[in-house]
Ligand binder design. Structure first.
Ligand SMILES: Nc1ncnc2c1ncn2[C@@H]1O[C@H](COP(=O)(O)OP(=O)(O)OP(=O)(O)O)[C@@H](O)[C@H]1O
Length: 332
């Protein structure tokens, strides 16, 4: 019977060991972040729908690009864009918050040394990071996720002048010297571009998968492809692509306008055979929440835009797991 059911974002049949039936109660246990919407197809099924379904997540630790390093960071997902200003930090923040709402323990590292924007987007800029006796930074907790950013340590004006090896070293230090709690996912907001810093970072960190953010604009797409090539060269799998600012959506009348062109990101995803994780609109409600340190996903989790972003996060979590299953490596 399970073979007849198709779960959202899951391309295979449901493994039998995911399902436990006890009398009238049925339990679905998934190895990735998910919300109750994953149960819908089971509830809709003519026979399986007679059970009372509940969801449990036991999030798997997946292999990463540095097998020799201990897996203390959970699954590391880097969010990258070939071009600046396409919304990489906004997407990182909203994906992290969405994964948390899908039942995961999530951290986010602001690796954008040129313009750390997480303290603005998540709030609490004025609070400095504490350093413990072992010289480890204690991340802040904002809206339920753990955050570490140079923006909490230095004046952001100073960060902007960091270049080359110094920026690269600072990033690695921030990554290693933060005392993260037990995490299921660590989202890393990378500096924009595909230069030496990004390449060094991609080579040295234990990365589970990369998410590429682009707008549909032609100039951004060429850079997105460069990003995909860079990660593939160093053996980091591309978990998916998010097309941000896909269309402008008027928050008053709902009118849509494709101001940056149409479907550019979707076409790159298809050409590169990378999953398209979402096409997010350019919408004032997304921007205003981030400007105030109160992202929409955290403030209004049931808003239609928040549900859309959570859908992308659910697809990301399922893809990450599925891709890891098709590659040799270990799963803890
Ligand atoms: N989908 C969206 N709708 C509305 N505003 C958005 C959206 N995505 C991003 N923005 C806004 O666009 C601006 C730039 O976004 P963001 O800082 O995330 O870009 P970035 O790619 O990380 O930039 P950088 O090149 O500095 O790293 C921010 O003010 C953000 O709030």
């Amino acid at each position: 019977m399970l073979a007849q059911v198709k779960l959202p974002h899951w391309s295979r049949t449901i493994p039998e060991n995911w399902v436990t039936i006890d009398g009238q109660n049925a339990l679905l246990t998934v190895p990735f972040a998910a919300d109750e919407r994953i149960l819908e197809p089971l509830k809709q099924h003519s026979e399986l729908g007679q059970f009372k379904w509940t969801l449990k997540r036991i999030i798997a630790k997946l292999p990463n690009s540095q097998p020799e390093l201990p897996m203390t960071f959970g699954n590391v997902i880097v969010v990258s864009s070939g071009k600046g200003g396409v919304g990489k930090s906004s997407v990182s923040v909203q994906l992290a918050l969405a994964l948390h709402q899908l039942g995961a323990n999530v951290g986010i590292l602001d690796a954008d040394v040129y313009g750390p924007s997480l303290p603005t987007m998540l709030g609490g800029q004025e609070e400095k990071l504490e350093i413990n006796a072992q010289q480890k930074m204690i991340p802040h907790q904002r809206h339920g996720i753990w955050v570490s950013s140079l923006g909490y340590l230095t004046d952001t004006k100073d960060a902007a002048i960091w270049r080359g090896p110094m920026a690269s070293a600072a990033l690695q230090q921030l990554f290693r010297d933060t005392k993260w709690p037990r995490l299921d996912y660590l989202i890393v907001d990378m500096p924009p571009g595909t230069g030496d810093i990004q390449l060094t970072f991609a080579q040295k960190l234990p990365i589970t998968g990369a998410v590429i953010v682009t707008t549909p604009q032609t100039v951004a797409l060429a850079d997105a492809e460069k990003g995909i090539t860079m990660f593939r060269k160093v053996g980091v799998p591309i978990t998916g692509l998010i097309e941000n600012m896909s269309y402008y959506q008027c928050s008053q009348c709902g009118h849509r306008d494709a101001i940056f062109g149409t479907e550019g990101g979707a076409k790159v995803a298809q050409r590169e055979q990378v999953p398209l994780l979402g096409q997010w609109p350019l919408d004032a409600r997304i921007r205003s929440g981030l400007d105030e340190g109160k992202p929409l996903v955290a403030e209004q989790p049931e808003h239609e835009l928040s549900l859309m972003m959570k859908d992308s996060a659910a697809q990301l979590a399922a893809e990450l797991y599925q891709q890891a299953q098709t590659k040799p490596g270990r799963t803890q």
